[in-house]
Write a new protein. Sequence first.
Length: 347
Amino acid sequence: MNEVKSLFGKVFLLLALCAATGTAQAQFAYNDGGYGSPGDLLVCFRPASGSYDLVVDCGSITVFTNLAVGQKIAITSYYSPSQLKYPGTNSIYWSALARYANGPVGANGPVGDIWVTRPRTSLNTQSTPWPCKGYSTQNGAGSQIDSIGDDASNIAGGSDPFGTSPTNGSSFVVEPEGGSSSGSSYNSYSYQMANKDGYGDLDGNFWGDSGGVSLEQSTPANFTTAGQSVRADFYQLLSVSNGLPATYLGYFELATNGVLTYTAGPSPTTLTAPRIVSLVHTGTTNTVYFTTVSGGTYTLRGTNSAGLTAAKTNWPAIGSSLAGNGLTNSLVEVTTNTSRLYIITAQ
């Protein structure tokens, strides 16, 4: 009998030790900054058609605003491809947003400042800055940002009546899509960003008078195989600058493999190899038409058959170089040579 008790005691002790040493996964928790302080930066993904969103908390917005020009932050350190697989990377919408919590009237408030993305339509061309709005409008936008973060926290905690989060951690939560405007449930990012509710028709923005422009960048249906990243610029909107352009801070870039990075300051020009579209010969004039990107400098180089043994980059430059603008451009050579070979170089 004593042996049985002793064995039981050892088993009980072993179970107690297992329970004591086990580690529970930290739950997602959004920080709105409290009273009169900047909050956390949220990066959010939703599919054009699907069942789950991904909301990522990247910590205090001040980490991003204090970066020196050229410094980068890997947003992927706050989530992994296994979590991004829920919304996917093809045909999705994504944004980054934060707010400055209201404070007491005086030097620190009320504030109503927000930080939001604006999508680029061209990889190398910065978007037009958002126009800053007044305190009332931007404070309403800040409330929407808080709602996305707070509801994500509640969904991570299992309080969502529309479904259970399949996975979440200290910096991310995968949300089941759904929600209502009744105020008695917790709404997913997709519902708050893309549907009508008590705040009006959001359609990807928070104030309804932005000319239909969304905060969100999108990806095409073939994004993972298209081989072209997408960028969204990041702006600070100060309520005291009502009517003035927002302050540009940097840009987010989503690669086709799902890696998202933030870079402070302007983006470098990504040059793609120029392509000669056509050549028009008129008398002694040869006009070469070719593709360009904004920020590139293009040079026409030519040779005859005798020069083919030289490296193409050593072919003589013809005339002046040309600055690219993202359109098809042309350069001209006037020559009496009957045999000419051309290339376009870019830098």
